[in-house]
Structure formats: C-alpha cells, structure tokens
Design a protein around this ligand. Structure first.
Ligand code: UGC
Ligand code: NI
Length: 169
C-alpha cells in the first residue's frame, strides 16, 4: 500500500475512536470562583491501570522532516497520554484504532489530523499514535500520562511495502 494520508481537521466527533479533544471552543462549562472563571469540566479522561500513577510532564519536541513517511506507531496499553500545546502552535497527529489488541495495525485504518493552536488531545489507552509531531522547532507540550511498572510503550513498524506519507500543504 502506498498512500498519502489526508490530514483531517481535529474535531471531537472525528477523534472519538482515538480519545478526547481538549478544547474550550464550543464546549460546555459552568461558572466557578464567584463567577470569575469558566470551568470546562472533564474534557478528557486520565486512564490508568491499578498500579499506575498519573504524572505531568513537558515534552520539548523538534519538528520532523516532511513529507514524512509513517514507519511506525506506538501505543501505551496501561494508560492514556495527553498532549496540550503550551506555546499555542498547531501540531499533527497520526493515529490508528486500538484494534483487536494484538501487536498489529491495519494500515487502512491509519488517519492523520491537524490540531489547531487551541486544541490538545488525550490518546486513550492502547490507541496507536505517532510520536509527537510538532510543527515548530522546540515546541512544548504539557503531557499527562502514566508512570508505573511494566512496559507501557509498544511499537509497531509497518512492513516496507506499506508507505504511508504525511505531506504539509
Ligand atoms: N515515549 C514517549 O514518552 N513519547 C511518546 O509516547 C509520544 O507519544 O510522543
Ligand atoms: Ni505516546
């Protein structure tokens, strides 16, 4: 299979099979702090296994070279992982659904999205995703994910006959 992935706009609905979109635009809120603050409540679920601990990190990412060939995806079976842009820049995502849980990805299910400068994502446990795809050098992301025993990062490399490409417009 040789395919250039269509980069889709990131929406709650389109991303639902993969996790949550963290954004305020168009979302429900309620007032707190004596009416001075909107709380956009529970935009995403932090998923952890019983032995996991939720942690907060910052990832400072280099941009990747585009067109990019998607050679691998990874997943975190024991917990969710969120990426919230700290500098307000757009970024890209390449994902595939959890599937049957085996260490295998149907390349026809791989999708690409572009997050706006005011959107973050929260990959649910086991959702396949490409390592962070910053569009600005040294861009920073707040990352909430899981720390704990066991290997929480599986990688899957596509066969060389599978060429999935992401191009910037
Ligand atoms: N390995 C690591 O912590 N980073 C990846 O999980 C990623 O999604 O960028
Ligand atoms: Ni990850």
């Amino acid at each position: 299979m040789i395919k250039t992935l269509k980069i889709e706009p990131l929406t709650k609905e389109a991303f639902a099979p993969f996790g949550d979109v963290i954004e305020s635009e168009g979302r429900d809120y309620f007032m707190i702090n004596n009416g001075s603050t909107r709380r956009y409540h529970k935009l995403g679920d932090v998923q952890l296994d019983e032995e996991g601990q939720g942690i907060i990190n910052i990832f400072r990412a280099k941009t990747l070279e585009y067109p990019l060939q998607v050679k691998m995806l990874e997943r975190h079976p024991f917990g969710s992982q969120s990426f919230i842009p700290l500098f307000g820049h757009e970024f890209l995502l390449v994902v595939a659904p959890v599937g049957d849980g085996s260490l295998n990805i149907d390349p026809s299910t791989v999708r690409a999205f572009r997050a706006s400068a005011r959107q973050g994502v929260n990959y649910h446990s086991g959702v396949w995703h490409h390592p962070i795809m910053a569009l600005r050098d040294d861009d920073e992301f707040l990352v909430v994910d899981r720390s704990g025993p066991g290997n929480n990062c599986d990688e899957f490399f596509f066969d060389e006959s599978i060429q999935l490409t992401v191009e910037l417009d």
